[in-house]
Design a protein around this ligand. Sequence first.
Ligand code: ADP
Length: 296
Amino acid sequence: MNIEITGLSKVYPNGFAAIKNINLEIGSGMFGLLGPNGAGKSSFMRILVTVQKSTSGTILIDGMDINEHRQKIRPLIGYLPQDFTFFSKLKTWEFLDYAASLSTSLKKKERIKRVDELLDQVGLLDVRERMANKLSGGMKRRLGIAQALIGNPKLLVIDEPTTGLDPEERIRFRNILSDLSQKDVTIILSTHIVGDISSTCHNMAMLNKGEVAFKGSPEGMIERVRGHVWQVLLDDEEFNELKAKYPVVSTIPTEGKWEVQLIANDQPHPRAKNANPNLEHAYVYFMENELGVSLV
Ligand code: ADP
């Protein structure tokens, strides 16, 4: 699948410009949309899945304009919104069965088979009889994915998939997504959690205030911060001094002192040595240096 986004903008009726001239090309596999809260990620995704309209610009999915070919494109897309909720009075399997009855033409018997396949795929077969609203937060997100997959979409769009999940569920969720992306499903996920992107996506874009601040590979973004990540062992006084000046990305208590990693353009302390950068470092660097957001 190929998605071509050209000059996309969204101005809400109150005059607020949430998306400003976005140009992106998204191919197969898993694509990550990273950005702080309010960056415009949800607005972008709602336009992409045809839930809301852009103010200007075009999106072509496999060459088809999403505004002109809405009926054809809709069935190709599975969408899991950030605020996904379900009816409280249904069991887990009943919820999926209900969703399947709305979005497919499968007969009852085939539907139940499909429902169980999906429950198995997202690791919820054991809890198929449990009331959907009694599932844990992570299980609910997984049920959301199952629901989005019912129509066998070619494109899966997931808004903030791991917010509020514990680390174990987060990993489980990422694994489900990476399995799916190997089955010829293009996945676009939005997140403000850097770890969601670094462990799963080969391509990404960073949004800030409605604009694309970076597009490329996570490795490409990491390269931009190389030489600006510093590591140094500091006593209390030195630590307090430096953390007032530079964004600190990690602190480990070591031998009664602090092993500190921080982001700085130039050597922040005579003992500081360059450290290996990762995506978290790059994100902080972008926010501070290229976007002018002060994190100190
Ligand atoms: P994100 O998903 O990155 O947090 P959103 O797309 O939800 O970003 O929001 C981007 C900006 O657009 C925010 O400042 C938000 O308040 C604003 N916004 C979102 N929806 C509307 C709306 N319907 N009317 C006006 N402003 C909106």
